[in-house]
Design a protein around this ligand. Structure first.
Ligand SMILES: CC(C)(COP(=O)(O)OP(=O)(O)OC[C@H]1O[C@@H](n2cnc3c(N)ncnc32)[C@H](O)[C@@H]1OP(=O)(O)O)[C@@H](O)C(=O)NCCC(=O)NCCS
Length: 143
């Protein structure tokens, strides 16, 4: 598949929203656009899209995570490929782009949290060289 990877732009909001809907999220273009704007304005964040024949077929978001107890790392906050573009190495390219962005900032560790039910996604990350380090529960509090 002929694909280019570039930094995200505000005009990608609708396509990104569509990809989120494929994944079962209730996504709305204005809110998505606001979040993309915030990512673009913050040098601690990066986001890239994969474009095939002029259409956005995937996106990834990464961000610096600072912890008191351990060295900083970059976390993958989101990654989605259009169902029609899967299995062609595009997901790998997007992760490699975030790896490159991280290395340029002297970060030597990437982390991703995935839903424990997504076994195919676990296989994807393992094929890319990630190793499973722990299982967690996530707690939230509505304010
Ligand atoms: C997971 C996802 C990003 C993978 O993207 P992709 O472009 O299809 O993956 P690639 O073609 O780059 O595959 C890279 C490697 O992972 C493997 N892989 C990809 N999907 C796989 C699957 N469903 N099952 C097993 N292995 C898989 C490939 O075989 C390939 O291995 P290789 O390079 O050693 O041959 C994509 O399927 C997706 O968007 N899934 C839904 C959303 C999701 O789970 N996002 C991640 C949230 S953290």
């Amino acid at each position: 598949m002929d694909v280019i990877v570039r930094e995200v732009a505000l005009e990608d909001s609708e396509a990104i929203c569509n990809l989120l809907e494929q994944l079962g999220y209730n996504a709305f273009v204005p809110e998505t656009a606001e979040r993309i704007k915030a990512v673009m304005a913050d040098e601690m964040h990066c986001a890239f899209v994969a474009v095939a024949k002029g259409n956005v077929v995937g996106w990834i978001h990464g961000f610096f995570a600072i912890r008191i107890e351990s060295a900083p790392f970059v976390e993958i906050g989101g990654l989605v490929l259009d169902t029609s573009a899967r299995g062609a190495g595009v997901g790998r390219r997007l992760v490699e782009q975030v790896m490159e962005w991280s290395k340029q900032r002297s970060i030597i560790k990437l982390r991703v949290r995935t839903n424990s039910a997504r076994s195919k996604t676990h296989q994807f990350y393992q094929n890319l060289g990630f190793t499973e380090t722990k299982e967690q529960k996530v707690f939230e509090l509505k304010l």
